[in-house]
Design a protein around this ligand. Structure first.
Ligand code: ADP
Length: 395
């Protein structure tokens, strides 16, 4: 059975076509710089063929049509006709407090996605438009929404409740929702499998370090706590986002003349590694290179990033009353032995001992103390998780 996975963002649409009989991807790519004359399709298939070309992508329909043409192309295509696509899975960022799992898309589910525009103004609108485009292009194909927030709905109230007046929180739906849930769920399952354990029998701390960063404490398959909150701004230091700050800092800036929009932009787009290092990039590879070249601000950015992470790992070890494995994932978590090393070298008090050679080689299990908790580097695969969820709901 062929399943198409769509991740529609504000300026790009990512797609992956899976053959779920074999549990493998056949082709994937993205349309970038949508709604500009420079829109470009980047495509690759499982035979190793790749191409890039300019496309017209003035709408989500046009962008997804361009992807479909590539999938059926004589030279680079992987299917003879779109008729073989039997299901479409959509990444949806926010499902609010009621959505606890993936859902088959219906008018009611679409309304739920619309209702969350207020709490996810950047993400839910393009996700919704991607769904409507696919309904237009594939009117007969069943579709499933897989929500970033759903996995975190297993969190207890003590973790998701902010200590503000309860009536205000209820009126504005202000609570911890958590994000990157599909990734945390995927690496928890894959990590437990690699340990030869059932996820229901282990306590895990999963750390997703990409451009956005979040950490989750998972007790027997259920989320005990997670760092992102009502929005994806809270928690760890990220590429361009501040993560945790004193909330009074926002008030201070507003009283100093910044508008709410200014502060929103500052904390989301020009803070984090980008704002600290001042080298015009929040990309971890650039920060490490600048720090190694003697740039003191980049070195501080790196230290703040690692310090915040250590603080959260210690807190989540306490929340879980000990843990079996610490799992790193995301672009930084999967590839940077350097960052994993900086974090783990201060966790020996927990019995966690890194194996330097395994860590350098990005092996799955990167620690050596058989008796203590394991450290792991597990590549995430949100698209495969979405395809599996789509299969599960359609079967
Ligand atoms: P996104 O969150 O947009 O999906 P990724 O998960 O691909 O992004 O993560 C991007 C981040 O991963 C960037 O900061 C990039 O510098 C970092 N990264 C990728 N490879 C390495 C590496 N070898 N060492 C350090 N950082 C890396």
């Amino acid at each position: 059975m062929k399943i198409l996975v769509i991740n529609a963002g504000s300026s790009s649409v990512k797609f992956t076509l899976f053959d779920m009989d074999q549990d493998v991807w056949l082709a994937k790519g993205q349309i970038e710089r949508m709604k500009t004359p420079a829109a470009i399709l980047k495509y690759s298939n499982h035979r190793g063929q790749k191409f890039e070309k300019n496309v017209v992508a003035n709408s989500y329909e046009a962008a997804i049509s361009a992807a479909c043409l590539a999938l059926c192309d004589n030279e680079h295509g992987v299917i003879g006709s779109l008729d073989v696509i039997k299901g479409i899975g959509h990444r949806v960022v926010h499902g609010g407090a009621e959505v606890t799992g993936s859902l088959r898309i219906s008018e009611e589910v679409k309304q739920t996605i619309l209702d969350c525009y207020e709490v996810a103004p950047l993400h839910n609108p393009p996700n919704y438009e991607g769904i409507e485009a696919c309904e237009f292009l594939f009117p007969e194909v069943p579709m499933v929404a897989v929500f970033d927030t759903a996995f975190h709905q297993t969190m207890p109230a003590a973790s998701y409740t902010y200590a503000i007046p309860a009536n205000v929180a209820a009126q504005h739906k202000l609570r911890r929702y958590g994000f990157h849930g599909t990734s945390h769920n995927y690496v928890a399952l894959a990590g437990a499998k690699a340990l030869g354990r059932d996820v229901k029998d282990v306590k895990l701390i999963t750390v997703h370090l990409g451009n956005g960063c979040s950490i989750t404490a998972i007790n027997q398959g259920r989320v005990a706590d997670t760092s992102m909150g009502v929005t994806p701004l809270e928690g760890l230091v990220m590429g361009t986002r501040s993560g945790d700050i004193d909330p009074a800092l926002v008030l201070f800036l507003c009283r100093a003349g910044y508008s709410a929009e200014d502060v929103d932009k500052m904390l989301n787009k020009s803070s984090g590694l980008l704002g600290l290092a001042g080298i015009g990039s929040g990309d971890m590879r650039d920060i490490i290179a600048a720090a190694d070249g003697g740039n003191a601000a980049a070195k501080l950015a790196l230290d703040v990033f690692v310090h915040r992470l250590q603080k959260y790992i210690g807190a989540y070890a306490a929340v879980l009353n000990g843990f079996d494995a610490l799992i790193f994932t995301g672009g930084i978590g999967e590839n940077s032995g350097r960052i994993r090393g900086m974090v783990c070298e201060k966790l020996t008090y927990l019995g966690l001992e890194l194996d330097a050679a395994k860590n350098r080689a990005n092996e799955i299990i990167i620690s050596r103390n058989a008796a203590g908790p394991k450290a792991m580097a597990v590549p995430t695969n949100e698209e495969l998780m979405i395809a599996r969820e789509t299969m599960r709901l359609l079967s």
